[in-house]
Design a protein around this ligand. Structure first.
Ligand code: GLN
Length: 493
């Protein structure tokens, strides 16, 4: 069994009887048990659930009732509620929370026959860029275990990169799917805000949070996304119209034919992003390929780029401070022992339950929302958000897609940035603007530096995931960056 096989390949193997879903699940579970002590990509493996689901999937396949993901194993970021399986958000606060319901993303995937292998590690409540903020310990980058996998979906990225799962869900508020995908050499799609239901996805910053996928290829991501994207009456912010392209894809076991790009693509290169980049050789190579396919490349300007990080940290912090107020030890979350008063109960439960970065966000967010400061911070940040969105809308009058870096460099060493939160926040310079604008964006492996993967980021207009996926697919038919994988995993199996 090839631990690095794409799910489109696994689909054929299941349909041809080459292996059963049960064998597939057992293979990934056993590999994960072996590798997890080094990688720490999983917080929990859900072995019993996986084997029961795999048996049910095998029965569906035998009855000729299999859909595209029936019997396909995957990992869920541990921020998606899973009924009967702990959902911790990598926080002590929720270390013993077992949800009574499934997130819509989980429910739809399992309904389609996908097999849940386990819950992937993350930065606590998805706050971070290195996966070092987890109550369950840092995640290691499978390419070099002394380095971070990125964050906050670091566990999802690392499990896929190490061949501990063929594909995984993730969430992205300011870069949390794209940056770890780039650091771990996998693909990661953050869909348009509203494309994917947030029901049962534990809230960090509700106006920004969006569920998505980390996988080996654009084709795999398209296949999975189609199963769970679309309107959901349980989430008022999910877009009420479904997309005919995704609807068609939902039935297709091989997404190949849905991924043919249309001709004459106009690609924009944002000059403010490239100005911040020391080394752009990998993006030059990618640009040349797009040109060879008849795309036109032009420089575009996104003039408010430098204001994105400060605006994001005001907005995301403010929303986090209100969202996380529910963890008070009474309604939700860790409760301290022997409280002497209600005040003591609240105070100690929250002090013990949250880690340092989460506390920092709650404090700064509460400050930004407090009387007298609201206009100076929150309102101002919302205005900047609008300017950033307008920058993109103007650029998309003359181009169809933007090509940019995903991150300022390759994966950095563990502990390098932990002492300097602002330096950590700078990591998201290229991913936050698209998040503030609610745009779909994708990171695709496109080079290697010092044996570590590099990614390029593609950004499209609202609801144009098709452009991203089709052009990434074209790129992956001409290159093999996405098929490379770390040797550590091989040595350890
Ligand atoms: N790194 C950013 C933060 O810490 C983004 C996180 C995310 O997208 N969830 O907020």
């Amino acid at each position: 069994m090839d631990p690095f096989a794409e799910i489109t390949r696994l689909r054929r193997g299941l349909d041809d009887g080459e292996f059963s879903s049960r064998e597939l699940a057992e293979f990934y579970l056993s590999r994960s048990r072996q590798l997890n002590p080094q990688i720490n990509g999983y917080i929990n493996l859900s072995e019993d659930r996986a084997l029961a689901q795999a048996a049910a999937a095998d029965a569906r396949i035998a009855a000729g009732e299999a859909g595209p993901v029936t019997g396909i194993p995957l990992a869920h970021k541990d921020i998606f509620c899973t009924r009967g399986i702990p959902t911790t958000c990598a926080s002590r606060m929720l270390a013993s929370f077992v949800p009574p319901y499934d997130a819509t993303v989980v429910e739809r995937l399992e309904g389609a026959g996908a097999v849940t292998l386990g819950k992937a590690n993350l930065d606590e409540f998805a706050m971070g860029s290195s996966n070092e903020n987890s109550y369950f310990g840092a995640v290691s980058n499978p390419w070099d275990t002394s380095r971070v996998p990125g964050g906050s979906s670091g566990g999802s990225a690392a499990t896929v990169a190490a061949g501990m799962a063929p594909i995984a869900t993730g969430t992205d508020t300011g870069g949390s799917i794209r940056q770890p995908a780039a650091f771990c050499g996998v693909c990661g799609l953050k869909p348009t805000y509203g494309r994917v239901s947030r029901y049962g996805m534990v809230a960090f910053a509700s106006s920004l949070d969006q569920g998505g996928v980390l996988g080996r290829s654009a084709a795999d991501i398209a296949m999975l996304l189609a199963q769970f994207a679309g309107p959901d009456p349980k989430d008022a912010t999910s877009h009420p119209e479904s997309d005919p392209w995704l609807n068609a894809l939902r039935e297709m076991p091989d997404p190949e034919q849905a991924l043919t790009p249309s001709d004459g693509l106009r690609v924009g290169l944002p000059k403010e992003y490239f100005a911040h980049l020391a080394e752009a050789g990998h993006l030059d190579e990618a640009s040349k390929l797009f040109e060879s396919w008849g795309c036109t490349l032009t420089e575009v300007s996104l003039p408010h780029t430098d204001a994105a990080i400060p605006a994001y940290y005001v907005i995301a912090g403010a929303e986090a401070s209100t969202n996380l107020s529910r963890y008070d030890g009474v309604r939700y979350g860790h409760r301290c022992s022997d409280p002497v008063s209600l005040e003591d109960l609240y105070q100690r439960s929250r002090t013990e339950g949250f880690g340092a970065e989460v506390k920092r966000r709650i404090l700064t967010g509460t400050y930004a929302l407090s009387v007298g400061y609201f206009d100076a911070y929150y309102l101002q940040a919302q205005k900047i958000r609008r300017l950033i969105q307008n920058d993109f809308l103007t650029a998309f009058e003359s181009v169809d897609m933007i090509l940019a870096p995903t991150a300022p460099g390759v994966a950095f060493a563990k502990d390098d940035l932990t002492a300097d939160p602002v330096a950590m926040y700078q990591q998201d310079l290229f991913t936050i603007p698209a998040s503030l604008a609610g745009l779909p964006a994708m990171s695709v492996p496109c080079g290697v530096q010092d044996n570590l993967p590099l990614g390029m980021q593609l950004i499209a207009p609202h609801f144009a995931e098709r452009t991203l996926l089709a052009w990434s697919h074209r790129f992956q038919q001409a290159t093999d960056w996405h098929t490379r994988h770390p040797t550590l995993s091989e040595a350890a199996t």
